[in-house]
Design a protein around this ligand. Structure first.
Ligand SMILES: Cc1cc2nc3c(=O)[nH]c(=O)nc-3n(C[C@H](O)[C@H](O)[C@H](O)COP(=O)(O)O)c2cc1C
Length: 248
């Protein structure tokens, strides 16, 4: 069986998950940024996997690079498609939204999983890091691989009963006509565009790196430039300079 596993990962959680699944299923691991220079993405795979981090509980969107990737997929009505989103707290409507995007390309998501991983969106280090990695391997990895290898239908994972009501309320608020512009305006402020809050989300996201900086603790190790998945960091005199095609 020809299995292709496409992944996007900002800080390594989704990469860790994608790697383990590819090892257990003998699937080919393909970083999404490496195929984005094609206008259309066609594949002969029997199984396509899409693995990525949750951004904004999927209420606003999935990571834009993943959305652009899905919109380039061609002839996807035959392969079995599965998705795994890694999340730090709650994934809300992420899988439903991805399914809608895949539907618009003529395919469908046959199974969708959420994997709880360390939260990377806050500056405070996540204390349960090791436990979360162990739990994922013990509790989820085998289920996902068995399901994928058998091309089984699987009702999408949903948030825990504690998180669900919070996400539902957030979803309702965010769907209001007033909230989305407020949210985009605050993002655009972060991106340094106080004077022009009306840029489309796609452009604002790319410019979010306007708020990124280093300080005297930067040791010029150059790791940031080496690992940025979309090559958005150049080194100038050993220090990172962001290039404004950020994916956050
Ligand atoms: C811009 C941004 C938005 C995020 N939004 C959410 C969110 O809404 N819900 C959540 O549970 N985690 C959220 N996270 C956390 C990541 O989804 C989570 O840590 C993920 O495992 C990171 O995967 P990666 O290391 O492959 O990038 C967000 C992270 C970023 C950078």
């Amino acid at each position: 069986m020809n299995i292709e596993i496409y992944y996007f990962s900002g800080t390594g959680n989704s990469l860790a998950v994608a790697r383990e699944i590819s090892e257990k299923t003998n699937g080919k691991l393909i970083p999404i940024p490496t195929v984005m220079n094609h206008d259309h993405i066609t594949t002969n795979a029997d199984v396509i996997g899409i693995i990525f981090p949750v951004y904004y509980t999927g209420i606003i969107n999935i990571p834009l690079i993943v959305q652009r990737f899905v919109m380039k997929l061609e002839n996807i009505n035959k392969p079995y498609i599965f998705a795994v989103c890694t999340y730090g707290g709650g994934f809300g409507t992420t899988l439903k939204l991805l399914d809608k995007m895949i539907n618009s390309r003529g395919g469908r998501l046959s199974s969708g999983f959420g994997v709880h991983m360390p939260q990377n969106a806050f500056t405070k280090p996540f204390e349960n890091k090791e436990k979360l990695y162990q739990d994922w391997k013990k509790e989820k990895l085998a289920t996902i691989c068995e399901c994928v290898l058998a091309k089984q239908e699987y009702k999408f994972d949903t948030d825990s009963i504690l998180i669900k009501p919070v996400v539902n309320i957030l979803e309702r608020i965010m769907k209001t006509a007033i909230f989305k512009p407020i949210f985009l305006k605050s993002m655009s402020n972060t991106a340094g565009f106080k004077k022009n809050p009306n840029l489309p989300a796609e452009e604002i996201i790319h410019l979010m790196d306007n708020s990124y900086h280093t300080d005297e603790n930067c040791k010029n190790c150059t790791t940031c430039a080496k690992i940025c998945p979309v090559h958005n960091i150049k080194l100038v005199e050993g220090k990172p300079v962001w290039q404004h095609h950020c994916e956050t």
